[in-house]
Each structure stands twice: as C-alpha cells, then as structure tokens.
Write a protein that binds this ligand. Structure first.
Ligand code: COA
Length: 257
C-alpha cells in the first residue's frame, strides 16, 4: 500500500511506520491520521507481523503535534468530533492493539505527537528529543488522551506541571519521569526498538496479547476521563483564547492571553 504521508516497511516480523511530512515536522493532519489508522490496522491483521515501530521521518521531529493549520476554522462541535474520531480510530487502536507497538521518538514529540507516543506500549527516545504537551499555549487542552495517559504514567502532580506550564522537557528528564523507557543516540534508535520487538516476538504471541490486555485493564478503561477530555477539548474551540492562540501560531508571534 502506498501512502501520501507515511512510509511503511516490513522486515523480520516488524512493521515500521514512519510519519512522513518532514517540512511540517510530521504534524498530524486528517489525511495522516486516516493513513495511520489504515497502516496500523493492516499490520495488526497481518499474520507475519509480530510488532510495530512508529517513528517520524528525518531527525528533527517524531511528530510536532496535530496540524494547527487545520484548526483555524474548527468550532466546538467539530472540535469534539475531531478528538473523538482521532481517539477511536488511531489512539485507542494503538493503545488496545494485540501486538506490541513501540514509539521510536526521533525528535520533537509535542501535543498529539507525545499523545501518539503515550498510546504506544513502549517508548524509546533519542537523546536530543524534546517532549511536551503545549496545548494550553494555544488556548486548548490535549485532546488525544494526553490528560489521561500522561497522568496514568507519571501521576497527577507531574502531569499537571507539564500540561499547565506547556513546557518541553528533554529525553533525559522524560526518562527520569518514566515517560520513556530508554534514551539512545540517533544512530541506535531503530536497532534498539527492533531488539526489543524481536525479544517480544520470541515469546508466545497469545500470551503477549493477553498481557497487553491485562495491563491495559489496570488503567481503568471504563473511567470517564477520556470523555471529559473530549468534551473540554471541544469547548476550548469556542473561546477567544483559542482564536488568539491559533492565530498567533499561524502569524509566528507570541499569543496575548
Ligand atoms: N501544526 C502545523 N504546522 C506545524 C506544526 C504543527 N503542530 N509544528 C510545526 N509546524 C510547521 C511550521 O508552521 C513550519 O511550517 P512553515 O515552514 O511552512 O512555516 C514548519 O513546520 C517548521 O516549523 P518551525 O516552527 O519553523 O520550526 P522551529 O524549529 O522553529 O520550531 C517547534 C519547532 C516544534 C518548536 C515549533 O514548530 C512548534 O512550536 N510547533 C508547534 C508545536 C505545538 O504546539 N504542538 C501542539 C499542537 S496541538
């Protein structure tokens, strides 16, 4: 399958999916999300594939977030639908996958990019990677599960600090917080993710699938958090702060809140 915004390759039971919009720092526009759904779903039903690596093209960005240029005309209802559809078709698909999915974080993982990595089962980052959830600097909140998955991973205090300050942290800080499992040099990134996946591939695939399901069950999938996030994300689109935040980004200036 040929994609416009993804490069997909299969090797030694591993499917590698690279988000390929380098001039836009691999930002997730609608087409990229639709293609991601298709590529991940396809790898999950391909018998020979035992695991997936998600990464970004180039060495600057994994994914610098949702594509802000597509936000400009979105209203509250559309914002809610956007978050809902993305969460179900891509982020939950990855989170609940019956095969291991590793994020190979090769640079900036911001907003929807960090949320994409958080939905994966394991994260490996290069030492120059920067991670963060900068949505409040745009008058938004994370809308693809970031408020839930980051909190589950690092606890409420650290999650709130990262989300409310909108600050970026280094790969080393992310390692200390437990957001990433390993930090490696750029040249070792894919060797590290392949090594982990090939180890997992040597184990029982039915047991691996059951283990992912059981661990995910510990996160309380039935809570209302994701729904609350979607609703509040949608409401942000109706605010003057959102208009100012997105306009400022597009005009390459600091927002005035
Ligand atoms: N959505 C749409 N376009 C984006 C983008 C995003 N999330 N992130 C980067 N881009 C685009 C830029 O607009 C720019 O496009 P242009 O060359 O056509 O002007 C291009 O990618 C390169 O980005 P630029 O900002 O020039 O690179 P930089 O090295 O100066 O800064 C970042 C890198 C990551 C700090 C900066 O791009 C950034 O802050 N991006 C937005 C991050 C964000 O808020 N994400 C959450 C979205 S909800």
């Amino acid at each position: 399958m040929i994609y416009q915004n993804l490069v997909v390759s299969n090797d030694r039971h591993i499917c590698r999916i690279a988000i390929n919009r380098e001039p836009k720092l691999n930002a997730l526009n609608r087409l990229t999300l639709a293609e991601l759904h298709d590529a991940v779903a396809n790898a999950l039903i391909t018998d020979a594939i035992r695991g997936i690596v998600l990464t970004g093209a180039g060495n600057k960005a994994f994914v610098a977030g949702a594509d802000i240029s597509e936000f400009a005309t979105v209203n509250t209802e559309q914002g809610r639908a956007l978050a809902n559809e993305g969460q179900t078709s891509v982020f939950d698909l990855i989170h609940n996958a019956n095969k291991p999915i590793i994020a190979a974080i090769n640079g900036y993982a911001l907003g929807g990019g960090l949320e994409l990595a958080l939905a994966c089962h394991i994260r490996v980052a290069v030492s120059h990677a920067k991670l963060g959830l900068p949505e409040v600097s745009l008058g938004l909140i994370p809308g693809y599960g970031g408020t839930q998955r980051l909190t589950q991973l690092v606890g409420r205090g650290k999650a709130l600090e990262l989300i409310l300050t909108a600050d970026m942290i280094s790969a080393r800080e992310a390692l200390e917080l437990g957001i990433v499992n390993h930090v490696v040099e750029q040249t070792d990134l894919l060797a590290k993710t392949d090594e982990i996946l090939l180890r997992i591939a040597s184990r029982s695939r039915t047991a691996v699938s059951a283990a992912i399901k059981a661990v995910n069950a510990s996160l309380g999938a039935v809570n209302q958090g994701f729904e609350t996030e979607v609703n509040l994300f949608g409401e942000c689109f109706g605010t003057p702060d959102f208009k100012e935040g997105v306009t400022a980004f597009l005009e390459k200036r600091k927002p005035k809140f």
